[in-house]
Design a protein around this ligand. Structure first.
Ligand code: AMP
Length: 462
């Protein structure tokens, strides 16, 4: 999972991109990078860490030009490393190219193998680099045409931004797995993963790119192209459940509203007699509000999150272990003690966090702890860009809801039904990817799974 932002046609392009990435920080904290184009050459700055750690006034000052793009990274597989930090910048016969990518290519490993057999030398183990190699092998007078040729070979999820010698290009895969929107700012074009970036920049949101749309901005002027369509769209509904910021609009819906609706729907499906509804912050917040509004059970903030826990937190040694969730969350005893508590969270992955939270709330004096989850049991890994563990590690792949309830030590546990979930977002339910719950993958992943296993066996990353 990653966040991407780009600006074309503004003298402060890199600075605006920096601000856009700042707003998208929740989409990735492992590495940050920006490239700018001054009309002659590309300037790049990348590093491991969050945007504010990598970029200082002098770093941004060293990124001149009126075209820029940037990336915050959350690797979807394998170790994160500086070599894989984006943007990736290369020189080709069409001029310099710089790319950022949010998503996951299911045929990335196969394409890489093919290209290597034909002589390509890769600098990274990121699937994104494949796109640049495909372009370099199919040069056209207009690099956008070369990009279209490359994109037609890709399978899987991609929202990308690309700088060419005369344009900033945005593209969204034909299934539309990941979000990507366009806005205007003082005659400039701005692209970003989520609309919350536009709010920070003061840009006017125009629209989301359509699935399969390629939009090229030249000095702020937009021209659009279309890739071969997919049989149907497969927007990632997990963006609404967990990933996106609640103040964003994605896939045509407000994230805060869809989350609130999930809470309401869950209260209708699985009511519980209780004294307090409390969110597991932050992702459970709006859903807990919805649950409380629908059920009439009072809402309060029974858990407080420490927002300053970063990569720099030093894990204690074995002797004082199992700090785990306490570093992030602490119960408000006065609210919880003596009460029957409903805990609302967005998902259970391995189950370990839920178990710790339930125990923590009970130790704070709750007489009953009821878990309500605003998504169905997560039994299948995502191959389209959300970082989920293997099938074996997903607790719902091998255990029933009742087994999971027992494991988490909750008094009751209920998940939102898949049908119920899909009523909380607009458009046809068939327009969303539901693979993590149903196992129905809209783009075949069998080849990708085998190829990836082989690649990881030799210590690489996708
Ligand atoms: P677990 O202990 O593995 O069950 O973790 C569940 C928690 O992880 C939930 O509170 C979710 O908010 C959070 N979560 C869900 N999906 C992800 C993800 N892809 N990356 C990081 N955290 C996640």
């Amino acid at each position: 999972m990653c966040g991407i932002c780009g600006v074309d046609g503004h003298s402060d392009a890199a600075n605006l991109t920096y601000l856009g990435l700042y707003a998208l920080q929740h989409r990735g904290q492992e590495s940050s990078g920006i490239v700018s184009w001054d009309g002659q050459r590309a300037h790049v700055e990348r590093g491991m860490g969050q945007v504010a750690e990598i970029f200082k006034p002098q770093t941004i000052g060293a990124l001149p030009g009126d075209r820029s793009l940037g990336h915050v990274r959350y690797s979807t597989a394998g170790p994160s490393a500086l070599a894989n930090a984006q943007p990736i910048v290369v020189k080709t016969s069409m001029g310099p190219l710089a790319i950022v990518h949010n998503g996951n290519l299911v045929n990335g490993v196969q394409l890489r193998k093919e290209l290597e057999e034909e002589g390509s030398i890769f600098q990274t183990t990121s699937d994104t680099e494949v796109i640049l190699h495909l372009m370099a092998r199919n040069p056209r007078r207009d690099p956008v045409e070369s990009l279209m040729v490359a994109l037609e070979r890709l399978e899987g999820a991609y929202s990308i931004l690309l700088i060419t010698r005369d344009s900033l290009v945005a593209a969204r895969d034909p299934h539309g797995f990941r979000p990507l929107s366009v806005a205007r700012l003082q005659g400039a074009t701005v692209f970003a993963s989520e609309s919350c970036a536009f709010d920070l920049l003061g840009a006017d949101s125009v629209r989301e790119l359509a699935p399969g749309e390629v939009a090229a901005s030249r000095n702020g002027e937009l021209e659009t192209y279309t890739l071969s369509p997919a049989a149907q769209t497969s927007r990632c509904v997990f963006e609404h459940i967990y990933f996106a910021r609640p103040d964003s609009q994605i896939f045509g819906d407000s994230v805060s509203q869809s989350r609130r609706e999930m809470g309401r729907q869950l209260a209708r499906e699985s009511p519980v007699i209780a004294d307090l509804v409390t969110p597991v912050p932050d992702s459970g917040l709006y859903a807990a509000l919805g649950f409380a509004q629908e059920s009439g059970v009072p809402f309060d903030f029974g858990l407080i999150r420490n927002h300053y826990v970063g990569r720099t937190f030093i894990e204690p040694k074995q002797s004082i272990r199992d700090f785990g969730v306490k570093v992030k969350l602490n119960p408000v005893r006065e609210l919880i003690s003596g009460r029957r508590v409903v805990l609302v969270d967005d998902s259970i992955v391995r189950g370990t966090t839920s178990k710790k939270i339930v125990r923590m709330v009970r130790e704070a004096g709750a007489t009953e702890v009821h878990l309500r989850i605003t998504s169905p049991p997560n039994a299948f890994p995502c191959h389209y860009g959300i970082n989920t563990p293997t099938r074996e590690e997903l607790i719902a792949s091998s255990q029933s809801v009742d087994d999971i309830r027992e494991f988490t030590e909750a008094d009751s546990l209920a998940y939102l039904s898949l049908d119920g979930l899909l009523t909380c977002v607009s458009g046809s339910p068939r327009g969303y990817c539901t693979a993590c719950w149903s196992g129905e993958y809209p783009v075949d992943v069998r080849g990708a799974v085998a190829a990836q296993q082989e690649l990881f066996a030799i210590g690489a990353e996708s």
